[in-house]
Design a protein around this ligand. Structure first.
Ligand SMILES: *Cc1c(COP(=O)(O)O)cnc(C)c1O
Length: 417
């Protein structure tokens, strides 16, 4: 591959990009469950206009771009408030959930080393905790002690307790965990972390911009945020159900002193003083400004309406699946995540990946996950207006694939090429 010597016109370049997108999922029609979150036309408009303003700006140095410093502190502040952060709560914006989690892992390692002298740090988590924690352990040299989940898919705190010891620097809970959408017993996990003075991180990448509004709508939510005493840090993705475009998440620490463990400061370079809040250097202003604009545009009332719609979509989907013979929803996920699996008591059980192929042929895109074989849906306002069509197609597809087995058994949460 070689880049052509001669450049091409703006129109020609853009036309090529438009053509390239032909095989991409058509998220705008609502048939993709996750990955793109559609808050409606005005939300897209405000994001796009903010993006245009900040496309070229760089948050590397907020002395040059003080507006980005303000934007960061306001988005962080609003999020901390939603998550009941106490006085002194502090955070940063990152590029996404993975980076927020990496920062939390790093902060836990650094605190364990500084305050407890730990040189062989360990993380204790359930098998439902996001893969990004394993990535963090890999990058930063921690050992992961992973435990089974309970029958209801929540973290098994007794099993975790057996893995916690003097080298534990981080104990993880999720609100909710991604695969089945259930909220872990956060108070018990925080207590477990406190028993060895380890950090407790709550991964609310998925729930951070859902659960606060679910609670305001009057639906029961178990305790999970900073109101739980022993929670040190929380990750919450604005680019999921915060309805901001990709590239923005919030990492919060209970205090500035705890946040200090994730930052890097260096004053021995010919280039001058270097202070880094997260893992990036040069940092696009676009996602930060777009997130600010989306949050301002929606306000609490906007989020309440999007959340109400999301819950209606997800509840309808769960009820529809329950009414189809041969398939079921795993776990008691009450919010926006739906894990669709075969009902093993029906003979022969439906091959869930064959079902996924049949749905895909009709334009419905799910993550394929496992074990066990599951089609995963992150339901949002994006899917408003299509659920009845989906359930009708699902019913037909289940009938169609009875007795079939798909060749492709691969799962695909994230890919390389
Ligand atoms: C999406 C997600 C992450 C990772 O976030 P990215 O923005 O994809 O990097 C982590 N944890 C949970 C529970 C998630 O849903």
């Amino acid at each position: 591959m070689e880049l052509a010597r001669q450049g091409r016109s703006v129109d020609a370049v853009i036309a090529d990009l438009e053509a390239k997108r032909r095989d991409d999922v058509k998220w705008a029609d609502g048939r993709t469950f996750g990955m793109v979150y559609n808050g409606g036309p005005s939300v897209h408009e405000v994001a796009e206009r903010a993006a245009r303003l900040y496309l070229h700006e760089n948050a590397l140095n907020t002395k040059a771009f003080p507006s980005l410093g303000q934007i960061q502190s306001e988005v962080v502040g609003w999020t901390a408030n939603l998550l009941h952060g106490p006085d002194g709560v502090a955070g940063f914006l990152t590029s996404g959930g993975t980076e927020s989690i990496l920062c939390a892992v790093l902060a836990a390692r650094e605190r364990g080393h500084a305050e407890r002298g730990i040189t062989e740090p360990e993380i204790v988590l359930a098998e439902s905790a996001h893969a990004a924690f394993h990535k963090g352990a890999h990058l930063f040299g921690l050992k992961v002690r992973k435990t089974r989940v309970q029958d209801d898919w929540t973290a098994d705190v007794d099993a975790m307790a057996k893995e916690v010891g003097p080298n534990t620097v981080l104990v993880v809970g999720s609100a909710p965990q991604y695969p089945q959408g259930v909220v872990d017993p956060i108070p018990a996990i925080a207590e477990l972390a406190a028993s060895v003075d380890a950090n407790c991180h709550v991964d609310a990448c998925m729930g951070g911009f859902v659960l606060p509004f679910v609670e305001m709508l009057g639906r029961e939510v178990p305790p999970w945020d900073f109101r739980v005493e022993g929670v040190h840090s929380i990750s919450a993705d604005v680019h999921k159900l915060g309805y901001a475009p990709k590239g923005v998440s919030v990492i919060l620490h209970r205090s500035k002193a705890l946040r200090k463990y994730q930052t890097f400061v260096f004053d021995g370079w010919l280039g001058g003083f270097y202070a880094s809040p997260n893992l990036q250097g040069t940092r696009s202003g676009l996602p930060m400004a777009a997130a600010w604009a989306v949050m301002q545009h929606l306000g609490i009332d906007g989020y309440l309406e999007l959340t109400r719609q999301t819950l209606e979509n997800a509840d309808r989907m769960r009820a529809g699946i329950a009414a189809i013979d041969g398939i079921q929803v795993l776990g008691d996920g009450r919010y926006h995540l739906v894990a669709l699996a075969a009902d093993q008591s029906v003979e022969p059980p439906i091959d869930i990946f064959a079902l996924g192929d049949a749905l895909l042929a009709r334009g419905w895109f799910h993550d394929r996950q496992g074990p066990p074989d599951t089609l995963h849906s992150t339901v949002s306002n994006s899917n408003t207006g299509v659920i009845e069509r989906y359930l009708a197609d699902l019913k037909e597809c289940v009938r169609e694939v009875r007795g079939q087995v798909a060749d492709d058994r691969s799962t695909n949460y994230a890919t390389l090429e």
